[in-house]
Design a binder for this molecule. Structure first.
Ligand code: GLP
Length: 251
């Protein structure tokens, strides 16, 4: 794992965007794995800026999102489809038919999961997978206890995760109990490169255990130690428990 510590969230977002943009400029038909949540929002804003001001072209890019809530229609304001539309897709020139997100309100979710795995394979895998990390060490919605051998499937959300994500909903009770998520196997087998973003003190312990702890399903992100090409981009607050932090890059 390569660890890069930066001073603040703004620098983290810019650095992450520079990595994504570099890939797209080298490979017009890049396949990106995308994440939702608060952490990648700065990255998406910066990608929009690069599109508007520096002609970053998404027309041949394909994206696969990590996860979606079960029971929400794609146009529900709290669905991850709506999140991606609002924070990225509607503001760049990506083709809608190349933006894949599991459908969380389909009648046959196991078919949705099987097809999602197939679609990723057909796309030739993922060039760059963006990940956040839950304060409990989850990646995607692979909660502690997840079987690392599982692919895309329906999972139950941990109480901790529902609580953490309640800030996006009008009422905490509205947070769905289940989600469709790429599995740890999906991420590990299909991603040629992984960029994990971590910001804020709430992530410090999970990040420390991910980098320095043992590989265990109690902390799903720890499986990333077994992947050959992972870059961790963390701000100083998230990296505060990591001893060898080097010189943070300034804002
Ligand atoms: C969410 C998402 C994850 C995300 C994580 C952290 O529930 N399913 O993909 O990385 O939790 O979210 P945040 O960036 O808001 O802290």
């Amino acid at each position: 794992m390569k660890l890069q510590i930066v001073d603040c969230y703004q620098t983290l977002s810019r650095q992450a965007a520079a990595i994504v943009a570099g890939l797209i400029r080298r490979k017009r038909q890049a396949v990106l794995g995308l994440a939702t949540g608060g952490t990648p929002m700065g990255l998406y804003q910066e990608l929009i800026r690069l599109h508007r001001e520096e002609q970053l072209d998404f027309v041949d890019v394909t994206t696969f999102n990590l996860d979606e809530y079960v029971g929400l229609t794609p146009d529900d304001p709290n669905s991850y489809r709506s999140f991606m539309q609002q924070h990225l897709f509607s503001q760049i020139n990506i083709r809608a038919e190349r933006t894949y997100i599991p459908c969380g309100d389909a009648s046959d979710l196991s078919l949705v999961c099987r097809r999602y795995e197939e679609l990723i394979r057909q796309a030739g895998g993922i060039d760059l997978q963006i990940l956040g990390i839950g304060a409990n060490g989850h990646i995607g919605f692979n909660e502690p206890g997840a079987d690392p051998g599982e692919g895309t499937r329906v999972v139950r959300l941990a109480a901790h995760t529902r609580q953490a994500n309640a800030r996006f909903f009008a009422r905490p009770t509205e947070v769905p109990h289940q989600a469709v998520t790429m599995g740890i196997r999906t991420i590990m087998q299909n991603s040629r490169k992984i960029l994990l973003l971590a910001s804020g003190e709430a992530k410090a312990e999970a990040l420390y255990r991910m980098v320095c702890g043992k590989v265990e399903n109690g902390l799903p992100a720890s499986y990333l130690q077994l992947h050959p090409n992972v870059t961790v981009l963390a701000d100083r607050a998230a990296a505060k428990l990591l001893a060898d932090v080097g010189q943070p890059l300034g804002c």
